[in-house]
Design a protein around this ligand. Sequence first.
Ligand SMILES: [Zn+2]
Length: 287
Amino acid sequence: MPSLATLPNDLAKFARYHLVRRAETYPAREDDLGIVPLPFDLDRYVERIRAFDGPRFEVATRATVTYRDREHPVLSVRSRGEADKTLLVLSGVHGNEHAGLLAVPPILEAWSFDRVRLVVVTPVNPVGAAELSRFNAEGYDINRDFVRFGTPEARVVRDVFDAERPDFVISLHEGPQDATFIFTNRHVETKLAHALCDALATGGTVLAEKDYFGLRLTPPGLSASSPGARLVTKLWALTLGMKATIAYSEDQGIPEIVLESSWRMRDEAARVRPHVDLVSAVAERLT
Ligand SMILES: [Zn+2]
């Protein structure tokens, strides 16, 4: 891994976010990380998600978070009926990664897997989603808070894990790399990870040759768990008290995939597509 000093400026700034739980004191925007904003309006989005409440899905408010006297809900959407397996999708843990939010309506529209219960939490970070920020109202990175659970948003996710006991977790993210890739924890079988990359490519997604630190991905699109990465994750939790959802899942024996589309892409459909395709591809293989 290159040292922070050799990374281009914007990537060095991005890397800094891996070292602190609280990078800011408010939901700060990053204007220099090359994020291409997608058309997203939180109120309209919430209304659109609530409209799925009906015979197929049950929509509930898991929590409300307040910022500047405005209350924003964290919603959960659950498919109705009996199912053998539960697939949990976390959408919008980082509020400025809008593709993973905009993917939820098409994910719900396309959902046709009777034997899998779908549970979506969205937006995990509504204040960040409204403010185009990675962080929550207090400037915390929720995806570093799965040791201490100091943020209400991380506590909501923990409660959903406890209540739903998911068999598989997908967390929808974006990053500064040029194309799409997935992180997998140690419980995701290699064969499955390869098949999912193939499914994304078949759907028209361009898979990244390198991750956002410039590390080569083999095969393209896959950053699999390794003993070295697991050691870093363990030290990260022990020394800095930080843990991401993918490691929290790993500790509980649950396979998790983090999808990272490229926030540099201007093509909204191409950014949203891998999120929709990955959820279907996993659900197909969970039955
Ligand atoms: Zn993210």
